[in-house]
Design a protein around this ligand. Structure first.
Ligand SMILES: NC(=O)c1ccc[n+]([C@@H]2O[C@H](COP(=O)([O-])OP(=O)(O)OC[C@H]3O[C@@H](n4cnc5c(N)ncnc54)[C@H](OP(=O)(O)O)[C@@H]3O)[C@@H](O)[C@H]2O)c1
Length: 295
């Protein structure tokens, strides 16, 4: 059972989505937030890799909800040292999840489209549903899968997220970085063979709140429409900014040097959750115009 009246814990609350979740849940209850290296206002330090959940300054006997939003999220960091990163992303994360479960709380775990291989068939994306088999090809994806397996085999909620976009200027983010480059008339390279949804961090936070309020357990894809290639998203951004589309240089994902091959088809089908929600997730095209409008 989760119950917002009794307070919530958000582990990894200093990312843009973590801060959005804090703002959303704070409307209902007291929220304890943790950071690792970058303290935020009123956050407490907690290292999934080393710290015991029991030492967190919360009353586990009365706590209502636990959101697991923290961990090592850079794919190359996980690939470079799969053992050390798994100590955070798997061992420490499961320590927290089991502690929550033993305290009678169904944890909410933020997962990723990286649990899928992302193999592109016929150069076209096929957005994955919650029933598609997972087959990660990256260390990060395998770590996410390991935690998903435990949560889905016990109690709790797994929210699989697509690429996140914050519209708050102070949050920065990849689209804002691209916009800044384009406005300086610097060329950017964008892969024509990687496909993704863009999803608003505020929508994810609202989904977390709803998941707690309505005991939405099991697996849900949180992904707004539509799916486009990185190239097409970049062209859309250039158009919204009123700069030359020629600044966006088409390339392949293979042109970038990563430690591991990356999934090409990162698209998720979010329709099952969308049917359950009393609002429509903000569309990726609107996010592009929000970012462009904010300059
Ligand atoms: N961003 C996306 O596009 C995206 C897409 C799909 C899924 N997700 C999922 O959404 C969640 C947030 O992702 P993000 O990209 O927004 O994350 P992020 O910006 O990389 O932030 C990660 C968070 O985890 C904390 N953290 C890092 N190492 C930790 C450790 N050893 N122990 C405890 N906390 C630690 C960080 O704290 P400090 O900053 O204080 O170090 C921060 O609060 C993750 O679960 C990720 O898998 C994100």
């Amino acid at each position: 059972m989760t119950d917002l009246r009794q307070g919530a814990l958000v582990v990894g609350a200093t990312s843009s989505v973590g801060r959005a979740i804090f703002r959303e849940l704070s409307q209902d209850c007291e929220v304890v937030c943790t950071h690792h290296r970058n303290p935020g206002p009123n956050t407490v330090a907690f290292d999934l890799g080393h710290d015991e959940p029991g030492a967190l300054p919360v009353d586990w006997g009365t706590l209502g909800a636990v959101v697991v939003a923290g961990g090592l999220t850079q794919l190359d960091v996980c690939a470079r040292d799969p053992v050390a990163s798994a100590q955070v992303n798997v061992d420490g994360t499961l320590r927290l999840i089991r502690h929550a479960q033993l305290s009678g709380i169904e944890p909410i775990f933020l997962s990723s489209d990286a649990v899928f291989s992302g193999v592109l068939s016929n150069a076209q994306p096929r957005p994955k549903t919650e029933t598609d088999p997972v087959d990660p090809i990256t260390a990060y994806g395998r770590q996410k899968r390991a935690v998903e397996d435990v949560v889905l085999g016990s109690t709790g909620t797994v929210l699989r997220l697509s690429k996140l976009v914050s519209t708050r200027p102070e949050d920065g983010g990849f689209l804002r970085d691209l916009a800044a480059q384009l406005l300086r008339h610097e060329p950017i390279r964008a892969a024509t063979d990687q496909f993704l949804n863009l999803t608003w961090t505020e929508d994810v936070a609202r989904v977390v709140r709803l998941a707690i309020a309505e005991n939405l357990s099991g697996l849900w894809h949180v992904a707004a429409e539509p799916v486009r290639s990185r190239y097409d998203w970049s062209i859309a951004l250039a158009r919204e900014l009123g700069v030359s589309e020629d600044l966006v240089r088409p390339c392949s994902l293979a042109d970038f040097e990563f430690l591991e091959p990356r999934p090409k088809d990162c698209s998720l089908d979010g329709s099952r959750l969308q049917h359950r929600l009393p609002w429509t997730l903000r569309a990726g095209d609107r996010l592009i115009s929000d970012i462009a409008g904010a300059g």
